[in-house]
Design a protein around this ligand. Structure first.
Ligand SMILES: NC(=O)c1ccc[n+]([C@@H]2O[C@H](COP(=O)([O-])OP(=O)(O)OC[C@H]3O[C@@H](n4cnc5c(N)ncnc54)[C@H](O)[C@@H]3O)[C@@H](O)[C@H]2O)c1
Length: 363
């Protein structure tokens, strides 16, 4: 098979990993990397024995495919030029800064009949793949994605930075239009919301409660799902899935404690996960999600297969994200002061939660 000539545009924190993985894939030739920061481009190029550029323009005619890993604000400007020339693209998540921009990319890909994959990497998480393969209709979903601030992705808030992962997963699991959105968000560092919570109501009756924070001292990426079949707890970080379903007995006859004899009632707690509810723990296979995602992109380019997460999926997640942003910007924090609205205009603090640490006080 002909080798796919590929380039990575933007080789910062994540893009340098794209370059490393592409350089090691069979049937792929990493023809170059581009980064506005010349030192960064040269360092990555040297490592993988390829060419360094400070601009993507010279790459447009050198490649069969490209991966766009520049900050979100620049996705449209860079991706547009490749799509216009019919070059298949992997664009990192979120697809663009706004739905307007995302729609332009989707439309360009459609016009030029070119593959547009979006880097929603959690779709390659074995725990997600497992839950997706089971007969399950989630009707209530709770997702949390929290961690400390990395100092990156400051061009967008936490909804487009982190929550977008869960929005994409939830949309793919629920497959029903979002009817209504309620949301709140707070800014911690200024500029954008850094903490957000949204409640989504779907036309099929499913409700999702989604929280994201980049101001949390501990990291967690978790989802709980409940449906008529049972419930699932997913830990995306450890790729672990815990499934609970009613036993055959409970499924048929229910569990009415009033009907149990005194001894069985006394034992209900000990018997809960043996007799009444069945429990299954699934440890997801240890797979490098980024390698799986990039390998599948190359496979799609070489075989013209539809990507697992295409431009329309990326746009759908953006559309919900934008509704969340609109809702949280309108949230009123008190009844009396109309200026206390949205993530940037919280009421004044009434005090310190605890005294400042002396060594952190400003001189
Ligand atoms: N899928 C995921 O889990 C995930 C994780 C992290 C980042 N991302 C996404 O990847 C993208 C990049 O994030 P990052 O954390 O690597 O950012 P980063 O700031 O570390 O890297 C971006 C790089 O792009 C370069 N750059 C900026 N504008 C450019 C341009 N016009 N042309 C060429 N190079 C340019 C910068 O010099 C920098 O080296 C963002 O869209 C982000 O949302 C996705």
């Amino acid at each position: 098979m002909k080798r796919t000539r590929i380039a990575v545009v933007g080789v910062g924190h994540l893009g340098k990993e794209h370059a490393r993985i592409f350089a090691g894939l069979p049937n792929v030739e990493l023809v170059g990397v581009a980064d506005a920061n010349l030192d960064q481009a040269q360092a990555v190029a040297r490592k993988h024995d390829t060419q360094a550029f400070t601009d993507y323009w010279p790459l447009l005619n050198l490649v069969d495919a490209a991966s766009i890993v520049v900050p979100t604000t620049h996705h449209l400007a860079v991706a547009r030029e490749f799509l216009k020339r019919g070059v298949p693209l992997l664009v990192e998540k979120p697809l663009a800064r706004t739905t307007h921009e995302a729609r332009e990319l989707v439309e360009l890909a459609r016009q030029h009949r070119v593959i547009l994959q979006v880097g929603h990497i959690e779709r390659f998480n074995p725990a997600y793949e497992d839950i997706r393969s089971r007969p399950f209709q989630p009707k209530f979903i709770r997702a949390q994605r929290m961690g400390p601030f990395t100092g990156r992705s400051t061009d967008v808030g936490v909804v487009l930075d982190l929550m977008i992962h869960d929005l994409d997963l939830i949309l793919s699991l629920v497959d029903s239009p979002v009817e209504s959105v309620q949301a709140v968000g707070m800014s911690c560092y200024g500029g954008h919301e850094d903490i957000a919570n949204a409640r989504l109501h779907f036309a099929n009756g499913c409700v999702a409660d989604v929280t994201a924070s980049r101001a949390s001292p501990t990291s967690s990426r978790q989802m709980q799902l409940w449906g008529p079949e049972g419930c699932a707890e997913v830990d995306f970080a450890s790729r672990k899935l815990v499934l609970v379903q009613p036993s055959e007995q409970v499924r048929r006859f229910g569990l009415d404690p009033a009907q149990l004899d005194a001894a069985s009632r006394a034992r209900i707690r000990e018997d809960l996960f043996t007799r009444h509810l069945e429990l299954l723990t699934v440890d997801g296979k240890a797979q490098d999600q980024l390698t799986a995602e990039l390998s599948e992109f190359i496979d799609c380019v070489q075989t013209s297969k539809r990507p697992r997460v295409n431009g329309e999926d990326g746009l759908a997640a953006m559309e919900v994200a934008e509704r969340i942003l609109a809702a949280l910007r309108q949230h009123r924090w008190d009844a009396a002061h109309t200026e206390h609205v949205g993530p940037m205009h919280l009421p004044k603090p009434v005090g310190l939660l605890f005294p400042h640490h002396v060594d952190q006080e400003l001189a």
